[in-house]
Design a protein. Structure first.
Length: 310
C-alpha cells in the first residue's frame, strides 16, 4: 500500500497506518479486548511488521490499544464510526486527505498555491480524491480555486490571527445559538450529551483518549448548534466545527485540561436544562476562551449572573 510511505516523518506514517488498522478492526466488527496480530495486519495493509509495530505503539500513546497478556496488542476501545474514519480500498477518504493537506500547510511542507497534480503525486492518491478534498476545503473557506489549475490557500488560515478570528466567530455564533428565539433543548438529546460527558469524567486518571475528548467537544457544541432552531446558525457552527476538527493538533493532549473542559460542558448543560440560559451563555464564553488558549481568557470577560437570570 504505497500511500503509507508518502508522509515524510515516521510519526506521520505511523498515524496514517494507525488509521488503517483501526478502520480494519471496525470493518471486522472487533470490540474492546480483541487481539491485533502484527502479521495479519501487515498482510492486510501491505507493509512489513516493523511499521505495523510503530503504528500500534502510536495507537497505544493515544489510548486506543494496549499491551495484551503474553505480548502483542489488543483494542483498548471498540472502534466507532464518528472518530475512526472508515477507509475504502486501503486509501484515506476525502476527510482524511483534507487533514493531511492542512497538516502539511501548517508545517510549511506545501506552499500557499497548489495544484491537483502536485498533491496527487505527493500523497500518491487519485486526482479525483484530491479534487474532492480541495472542494471540501473550499466549502470551509480555506482555499479558493484560482486561474488555470491552481488553488490558493487563504493567507492566515493557520496563523495566530486565524485562531483569534475563530474565537470571535464562535463567541458570536454559539452564544447567538443560546439566545435564538427558537432555541429548544430536546430532553432526550440533552440527556444523551450529559451522560456522555459524565462517562468520560468517570474514566481513571489519564484515561481520557484524545479522540474521545474530540468527540465530546464536537457533540457538545453540535448540540448547542442544533438546539438553536435556526438552520443558518446550525450550518455555520457545524461547518466551523468540521474545520476545527481538521486543524486541531492531537499532540500535547492534556488529561487534566480535558477534564476541566468536560466539566464546563456539564455545568453549561445543567444550566440549559434548568432554563438558566443567561448563565449558560456566559459560561460558554469562558469555556470557548479557555479552549482557544489562556491569552484569550480576558477576551471572554464573563460576568456570571445570579441564579434568577435567564
Amino acid at each position: 500500500m504505497d500511500t503509507l510511505d508518502m508522509p515524510q516523518t515516521a510519526d506521520a506514517r505511523a498515524a496514517v497506518l494507525g488509521q488503517l488498522i483501526l478502520a480494519e478492526a471496525r470493518q471486522q466488527g472487533l470490540a474492546q479486548g480483541a487481539r491485533l496480530p502484527e502479521l495479519a495486519l501487515a498482510r492486510v495493509c501491505g507493509v512489513s511488521r516493523t511499521p505495523v509495530r510503530r503504528a500500534l505503539a502510536h495507537l497505544e500513546e493515544q489510548g486506543l490499544v494496549q499491551k495484551g497478556e503474553g505480548g502483542g496488542y489488543c483494542l483498548a476501545v471498540t472502534p466507532g464510526s464518528d472518530h475512526l474514519r472508515a477507509l475504502k480500498d486501503g486509501q484515506p477518504q476525502e476527510t482524511d486527505t483534507t487533514a493531511l493537506i492542512l497538516r502539511d500547510l501548517g508545517q510549511r511542507r506545501i506552499g500557499p498555491t497548489v495544484t491537483i497534480s502536485e498533491l496527487a503525486r505527493r500523497y500518491a492518491l487519485p486526482r479525483g480524491r484530491i479534487q474532492s478534498a480541495l472542494e471540501e476545503l473550499a466549502l470551509l473557506s480555506v482555499i479558493t480555486k484560482s486561474e488555470g489549475q491552481s488553488w490558493v490557500f487563504h493567507s492566515d488560515i493557520v496563523t495566530a490571527r486565524s485562531n483569534r478570528q475563530s474565537l470571535d466567530f464562535r463567541m458570536a455564533l454559539e452564544t447567538a445559538a443560546l439566545e435564538a428565539p427558537g432555541f429548544h433543548a430536546d430532553a432526550e438529546a440533552l440527556k444523551a450529551v450529559l451522560q456522555a460527558s459524565e462517562d468520560i469524567l468517570a474514566r481513571p486518571p489519564n484515561g481520557i483518549a484524545p479522540h474521545a475528548f474530540a468527540a465530546a467537544e464536537q457533540e457538545f457544541h453540535g448540540f448547542i448548534a442544533r438546539a438553536s432552531g435556526n438552520h443558518f446558525i446550525e450550518g455555520a457552527i457545524t461547518s466551523h466545527l468540521t474545520l476545527l476538527d481538521l486543524l486541531a493538533p492531537r499532540l500535547g493532549f492534556n488529561d487534566h485540561m480535558a477534564r476541566v473542559a468536560i466539566g464546563d460542558h456539564l455545568q453549561i448543560l445543567l444550566d440549559i436544562e434548568a432554563g438558566r440560559l443567561g448563565i449558560a451563555r456566559d459560561r460558554l464564553r469562558l469555556h470557548l476562551a479557555t479552549a482557544h488558549g489562556p491569552q484569550d481568557w480576558a477576551h471572554a470577560r464573563p460576568v456570571l449572573p445570579t441564579e434568577g437570570t435567564r
